[in-house]
Design a protein around this ligand. Structure first.
Ligand code: PEP
Length: 247
């Protein structure tokens, strides 16, 4: 059985003070989460603070992006070995905001997936369609293209060691959630695409998941957890989503 995973994506939010408060709340309540693995993906500059607070707790931490390079003259970039140096277990790869605002292609995302694994990190690979693509009826084509680029570059076995997050772009930060049936349909398609490693890969749902809708989404056969944006910024909300993953 796949252990559920709930990962928070704080995006570019927080301050040292607010993160200390958030992590304090998370640590106080984490005992209620009995089944799921829990992680928070912090802005890089707050990873040291995050590590200092979470070391020795059941909560893991990670980055939100990684360079395709391991070191060198790449001003502003954060390398995989640097994230590993700060104890990161996970890193988000190919988030739709990186694809849309930073021009990340499927090929770049695939290279980042490899760079993350080379540094010993577990990549959380985001895939998902825009509203326009859904309306055109090409959701599966888009998701297949995004997945296949990583499979072609890294190999299926490597993808099997990572985590996939299905994040319909139209549901991210909009308050519009995919219905459990819509999400399950795409999750089943993703699992089918992963052939020999399908049984072990965790496929998370992301897109306005919150304490109200989490239980129904997480009850779907192919939804193994969540990637949580807005609701990960409040300890009580995030804990409620993590608890909804208890089995
Ligand atoms: C995300 O950023 O990965 C995300 C799912 O955001 P939200 O939960 O706010 O839609």
């Amino acid at each position: 059985m796949r252990q559920p995973l709930v990962a928070g994506n704080w995006k570019m939010n927080g301050s040292r003070a607010s993160i200390a408060e958030l992590l304090g709340g998370l640590k106080a309540g984490i005992g209620q989460v009995t089944t799921a693995e829990v992680a928070v993906c912090a802005p890089a500059i707050y990873l040291a603070d995050t590590r200092a607070q979470l070391d020795g707790t059941p909560v893991a931490w990670g980055g939100q992006d990684v360079s395709v390079h391991a070191s060198g003259a790449y001003t502003g970039e954060i390398a995989g070995p640097m994230l590993a140096d700060f104890g990161c277990r996970f890193v988000i790869i190919g988030h739709s905001e990186r694809r849309a605002y930073h021009g990340e292609s499927d090929q770049t995302v695939a290279e980042k997936f490899t760079a993350a694994q080379a540094a010993g990190l577990v990549p959380i690979l985001c895939v998902g369609e825009t509203l326009e693509e859904r309306e055109q009826g090409i959701t599966e084509q888009v998701v297949a293209r995004q997945l296949d680029a990583v499979i072609a570059h890294c190999g299926l076995d490597a993808v099997g060691e990572g985590v996939i997050a299905y994040e319909p772009v139209w549901a991210i930060g909009t308050g519009k959630t995919a219905t459990p049936e819509q999400a399950q349909e795409v999750h089943a398609f993703i699992r089918g695409r992963l052939a020999a490693v399908a049984d072990k890969v965790r496929v998370l749902y992301g897109g306005s998941m919150n304490p109200k809708n989490a239980a129904e989404l997480l009850a779907q056969a192919d939804i193994d957890g969540g990637l949580i944006g807005g609701a990960s910024l409040k300890a009580d909300d995030f804990l409620a989503v993590c608890s909804a993953a208890n089995r």
